[in-house]
Design a protein around this ligand. Structure first.
Ligand code: NAP
Length: 310
């Protein structure tokens, strides 16, 4: 099936949905493509306390759901699928979505970032069997057990705090002495009676692949090189995210970590292609900044189409 659009938005996180609200209100009838992580990172989180307008906080999935409804109300159309190929060399651009080909005069890339893994073969083998990157999805399975959380940023603190609802003890394992987490999140974790911290350690292996369950982690102390076996029932990763931009290959500029490079906030090097949210923002990575850049991308799409006389 061939489909011709004025604008296509890739991604249904905070950036993509904000772009969808603006583009839909501008009567552009955007097609919004929802990938394998619908709703983006907010849909995997719990209470969001720093999104303006919610004095008591708001649940991440509820915030996303409301944005989605708001975009749909103005005519945004949603389609599930994975863009396997994108051709940005001519306008209209071509996107391949399963068997369908979608052509669009403009494109807003809001494909976000996905959880980073350590990359150990044993970790990969045990995903879904005690290894997870989503505390809100999988924490429940470890009720009454001891859990390890890897990382030293806000994600790790947030995961650890959430997991205290289920676990008897949560240990945060961090590779350095200093934490990257914000003061408020770090203090909350440090002051929690169920949370303990272990610094200067890296995970070398996850056991036990043969039993198809996590029983322990092999840890190496980075100062002494000593290794120890740390018994645990689960390992949750909170070590950051990797931008989802590989599908564009070298058609767009990326920095060494894979983030799309933009100028004037949301312009890529291809006229008519804009990027917003975590796929291009390695500095702020907040829900509110993603929403802000989604708004900018949609306004630039409007301007681009207007300048072409449409
Ligand atoms: P981050 O700030 O980049 O922290 C990632 C952490 O993982 C760092 O401590 C890093 O260690 C560690 N790490 C990275 N790769 C590792 C590896 N291969 N092995 C072991 N450790 C590794 O990422 P984030 O915590 O996901 O936060 C991202 C952004 O989202 C931040 O701006 C944060 O403020 C925001 N956020 C906010 C909230 C909130 O306010 N509630 C919640 C979650 C996230 P090093 O420190 O040694 O580099």
């Amino acid at each position: 099936m061939k489909d011709a659009r004025k604008t296509v938005i890739l991604g249904t996180g905070c950036a993509g949905l904000t772009a969808a609200i603006y583009a839909a209100r501008a009567n552009l009838q955007p097609l919004v493509i929802e990938g394998h992580e619908p709703g983006g990172q907010l849909s995997l989180t719990t209470l969001v306390e720093n999104f303006p307008g919610f004095p008591d906080g708001v649940q991440g999935p509820e915030l996303i759901d409301n944005m989605r409804k708001q975009a749909a109300r103005f005519g945004a159309e949603f389609r599930m699928g994975h863009v396997s190929h994108a051709d940005l060399s001519h306008n209209p651009f071509t996107l391949r979505l399963g068997a369908d080909e979608i052509r669009s005069e403009t494109l807003i890339i809001a494909s976000g970032a996905s959880a980073r893994w350590l990359g150990l073969p044993s970790e990969q083998a045990l995903i879904g069997h005690g290894v997870s990157s989503c505390a809100t999805c999988d924490g429940f399975f470890f009720s009454g057990k001891e859990i390890a959380v890897i990382g030293g940023g806000d994600s790790a603190m947030e995961e650890a705090l959430f997991l205290t609802r289920f676990a008897t003890k949560v240990t945060i394992l961090h590779r350095r002495e200093q934490f990257r987490a914000s003061k408020i999140m770090l203090e909350r974790a440090q002051n929690h009676p169920k949370i303990q911290m272990m610094t200067n350690v890296v995970v070398e292996d996850v056991m036990d692949v043969e039993k198809k369950e996590v029983t322990a982690l092999k840890l190496r102390h980075v100062m002494t090189d000593d290794t120890t076996i740390f018994p645990t029932s689960a390992m949750f990763l909170g070590i950051g995210h990797v931008p989802n931009a590989a599908m564009f290959g070298d058609q767009l500029d990326r920095d060494p970590d894979g983030y799309l490079r933009t100028r004037d906030y949301v312009f890529t090097k291809v006229p008519g292609v804009f990027a917003c949210g975590d796929v291009q923002d390695r500095r702020y990575r907040q829900a509110i900044t993603a929403a802000g850049s989604g708004c900018m991308a949609a306004l630039e799409v409007e301007k681009f189409l207007e300048e072409r006389g449409e």
